[in-house]
Design a protein around this ligand. Structure first.
Ligand code: GLU
Length: 508
């Protein structure tokens, strides 16, 4: 058995904000590496300069940092295989393309973009479904396989632009085992002669990716399903270089909530949930896309959400700390089929993480939000209020719905008033308060007992009295336990609010 340490990489292209599908790929790589005491690398694949987006690389680094998915090597950290940004490795790739030419696994192609367009157009008119540069068509194109050698040499010497294409063999089978999908077999006849080196001397994704995975000693390539069609070419490239291929694992897509297709930004906009880890401002349009961080999600909650989109522990446990996840994670438990994104479940996870936080931590989160909302509270009151409000909150900001804990109502729910407030309500509340205000100590249990005793002796229903009492105390019809709320507010404040409420509502 080989004891080669596990080395995996996350290799995003900085073409825009990282979708949560990409974050999940990073996470699974990270968990796999940590589970095996291996290394997790971050490589930036920025060879396609036409798709480069300002700020995207920085966004990726920030998102991973926020989530604590920290690379052991890579952009931002350095390491023995520096640089980890492909644009800075540009010079390195040429020799590998040349090596493939030498071995007759690649060739020069001089066809201009216009000539290629023309061929495609003609094929379209002849009703050829999709024209490919491949083992058949290359024989009638302008390349080093069809042109005399001195013509080729002259063209190169004259500086005529060319690309280097992979010479996909004819009639062979490519076979490889995907760690998630099992054995995959593809005929090379279905594969085209992909460009490895572009006119501008930049390698394409395929060449740079394989060369770097080899040089960086990557043992497992864990990436999204959208790369599965490229995997046979990659396997062939390893064969051509005579290098050992890493193991492959292609993760299934994250699907829309209804399971019909890939989760997109539009689904997020329509469903009111983010599809990006942190907020993103498009540098060209200035359009802002919401992020999990800004929506109030905890990084650990998002990690937990993403872990379960495609993996399961095989038990009923749902809440996993990062350490527990590292221990439990295995590729055998990663599913083959797409995982439906469930926005309610995502919120549920955050709620669980919020509940696990101490009141003191939540107070720290809430203080700045309260300040923005013009609210103040002393520490003991804030902590008591949080203990009550956190039960109903999914995000820290939800606790602001309990602003009546920190200030007397300035308005009263009109719908509730018109349906519940009756001419005798003021009298009832006054008598009730006489009973309740005399309890010692002024605590929720005693308040509740007094309240119920009053209802019984007056033969009044809960539904007649409770909503009105709540209305004068909080101004609203919903909230945590009224008796606990009253205990926190204290007797004097309650007396004041009841008096003011009755004044405001009785003649309204
Ligand atoms: N640069 C590719 C991407 O943007 C990486 C694919 C791979 O992991 O091989 O997803």
């Amino acid at each position: 058995m080989s004891l080669t340490p596990v080395r995996v990489r996350f290799a995003p292209s900085p073409t825009g904000p990282l979708h949560i599908g990409g974050v999940r790929t990073a996470l699974y790589n990270y968990l796999y590496a940590k589970h095996h005491n291996g290394q997790f690398l971050l490589r930036i694949e920025d060879t396609d300069q036409t798709r480069y987006v300002e700020g995207a690389e920085d966004y990726i680094l920030q998102a991973l940092k926020w989530l604590g998915i920290s690379p052991d090597e890579g952009v931002g950290v350095g390491g023995p295989h520096s640089p980890y940004r492909q644009s800075e490795r540009k010079e390195m790739y040429r020799q590998y393309a040349d090596l493939l030419i030498e071995r007759d696994w690649a060739y020069y192609a001089f066809d201009t973009p216009e000539e290629l367009d023309e061929v495609r157009e003609r094929a379209k008119q002849a009703k050829v479904a999709s024209w490919q540069y491949n083992h058949i068509t290359r024989n009638s194109m302008k390349n080093s396989l069809t042109l005399p050698i001195d013509t080729v040499q002259k063209k190169i010497a004259d500086g005529e632009p060319y690309v280097i294409r992979f010479k996909m063999p004819r009639g062979e089978e490519v076979r490889f085992e995907d760690e998630i999908r099992g054995w995959i077999t593809v005929s090379t006849d279905q594969l085209d002669d992909k460009v490895l080196m572009k006119h501008d001397g930049m390698p394409t994704y395929h060449l740079a990716n394989i060369v770097d995975d080899h040089l960086m000693e990557i043992t497992h390539v864990i990436r999204g399903e959208e790369w599965l069609p490229s995997a046979p070419l990659h396997v062939m490239l390893y064969q051509a270089f005579e290098w050992t291929a890493p193991k492959f694992a292609h993760l299934s897509l994250i699907l829309k909530p209804d399971g019909k297709g890939k989760l997109s930004k539009r689904d997020g906009d329509a469903g009111g949930f983010p599809v990006f880890p942190i907020e993103w401002t498009d540098p060209s349009t200035g359009a802002v896309s919401s992020g999990y961080r800004e929506s109030g999600y905890y990084p650990d909650a998002l990690i937990n959400i993403l872990a379960f989109l495609g993996w399961n522990p095989g038990t009923t446990q749902e809440i996993f700390s990062k350490e527990e996840m590292i221990t439990a994670f295995s590729m055998e438990r990663v599913g083959k089929s797409g995982a439906k994104f469930d926005p309610d479940k995502a919120r549920w996870f955050n709620q669980q993480y919020l509940r696990m936080r101490s009141e003191a931590d939540l107070a720290e989160e809430l203080r700045p939000l309260m300040k923005d909302a013009g609210l103040e509270a002393d520490d003991p009151t804030l902590l008591k209020a949080i203990a009550l409000l956190k039960e109903r909150a999914v995000f820290a900001k939800d606790m602001l719905e309990g602003r009546f804990m920190f200030e007397a109502p300035t308005s009263y729910d009109e719908k509730l008033r018109s349906s519940k407030w009756k001419p005798d309500t003021a009298g009832i509340l006054n008598s009730l308060w006489t009973q309740m205000s005399s309890v010692v100590p002024f605590r929720s249990i005693e308040l509740e007992t007094a309240f119920k005793a009053f209802l019984e002796s007056e033969r009044l229903g809960m539904g007649v009295v409770m909503p009105n009492m709540r209305l004068v105390i909080t101004g609203t019809g919903t909230g945590p336990s009224l008796f606990e709320t009253m205990e926190i507010l204290g007797k004097e404040e309650c007396a004041q609010r009841i008096e003011n409420g009755i004044k405001a509502l009785h003649h309204a």
